[in-house]
Design a binder for this molecule. Structure first.
Ligand code: NAD
Length: 336
């Protein structure tokens, strides 16, 4: 925990760092032996809603896995399938020289890397460590620095696309890190996603992800407001959605993930907002956007408002519902 706090404190000054990524110190010989050993075990830490189907897609591509999750039940089906489950992230690092982490928050990632039994305790020189969690870009940069000191390579590779896309191998990965290592990362990420995009130095994958989710939150709230207003004006919600989707108001929230129950099948609004992308995770991502905007002195008027709306939703019992439940939230606030 002391290491976590040290990392966290250091992260606050990261905005003053040079934009150029320093080259990794891992020796070329070690890196080559790792990237050529294509079906050697891959470590996977964090087998939750997203990590579970992502790890399964690696298995389908023939990669043996070394598994760890703080919640032992999350590992059970992998153990039953014959994969090796270990008792801490350090043990994953001892047995695998390519590791993917898929964890909820910055603090969880810091714990998995720098905690008492973290990856950094046993990481091998030349290892490739890919973090697909959505976390603070400043924390990604600080983790990269710690990893580099150990002679290994760190890349941030957050994803867009929900649980369905993770299952069907349709995720988009936004990758930040040393460009020479991108091909090695792509080999694994391509087993879990249909788009793997190189964004630049460490932290730029997170930057792209945070911008995307801020826009998604704003467009989801806007779609919910427009749909609710139309319904109150007497329009049939299915008809209104059809018109929006052939007009200039069309967006992903209106045509693929409509928040109004009964408009579409197979989306969380058709299932009492169960599954999907939780309001808590959206509030977390908007908090990251808010911090980044403060650090870069960028105005995000609507992004800040969206952050407050999702925070309020979490406080009012929506934390476990999909983020499209903002439509239901607006209906309940209508008396204002
Ligand atoms: P989740 O909470 O379902 O799963 C996270 C897993 O990590 C859990 O099994 C938990 O036990 C484990 N964990 C937590 N701390 C740990 C630690 N220190 N060491 C080992 N394991 C630990 O979360 P998720 O929905 O899978 O999301 C993971 C990340 O992906 C988040 O950053 C989220 O913002 C991002 N994301 C999620 C979605 C989505 O639709 N759910 C979509 C895109 C991106």
């Amino acid at each position: 925990m002391a290491a976590s706090l040290r990392l966290r404190g250091a992260a606050s000054g990261l905005r003053f760092w040079s934009r150029r990524q320093r080259p990794a110190v891992a020796s070329l010989a070690v890196v080559c032996s790792r990237s050529m050993a294509s079906k050697t075990p891959v470590g996977f830490i964090g087998l939750g809603n997203m990590g579970n189907p992502m790890a399964k897609n690696l298995m389908k591509h023939g990669y043996p896995l070394i598994i760890y999750d703080v919640f032992p039940d999350a590992c059970k089906e992998f153990q039953d399938a014959g994969e090796q489950v270990v008792s801490c992230p350090a043990d994953v690092a001892e047995k695998a020289d390519r590791i993917i982490t898929m964890l909820p928050t910055s603090m969880n990632a810091i714990e998995a890397y720098s905690g008492a039994n973290g990856i950094l305790k046993k990481v091998k020189k030349g290892s490739l460590l890919i973090d697909s969690s959505t976390i603070d870009p400043a924390v990604s940069k600080e983790l990269a620095k710690e990893v580099e000191k150990m002679g290994a390579v760190f890349m941030d590779a957050p994803v867009s696309g929900g649980v369905g896309a993770a299952r069907s191998r349709n995720l988009t990965f936004m990758v930040g890190g040393v460009e020479d290592e991108f091909a090695a990362a792509q080999e694994l990420l391509g087993c879990m996603g249909s788009n793997v995009v190189y964004c630049g130095a460490v932290g730029t994958g997170q930057a792209a992800k945070i911008c995307n989710n801020m826009l998604l939150a704003i467009s989801m709230i806007g779609t919910a407001e427009a749909m609710n207003l139309g319904i109150r004006l007497g329009l049939d919600p299915k008809l209104l959605a059809k018109i929006l989707n052939m007009s200039s108001g069309r967006c992903w929230s209106s045509d693929t993930y409509n928040p109004v129950p009964g408009v579409m099948d197979g989306v969380p609004s058709a299932n009492n907002y169960q599954g999907g992308f939780g309001a808590t995770l959206m509030a977390k991502d908007l908090g990251l956007a808010q911090d980044s905007a403060t650090n870069t002195k960028s105005p995000i008027l609507l992004g800040s408002l969206a952050h407050q709306i999702y925070r309020m939703m979490c406080a009012k019992g929506y934390s476990k519902k999909d983020f499209s439940s903002v439509f239901q939230f607006l209906r309940e606030e209508e008396t204002f």
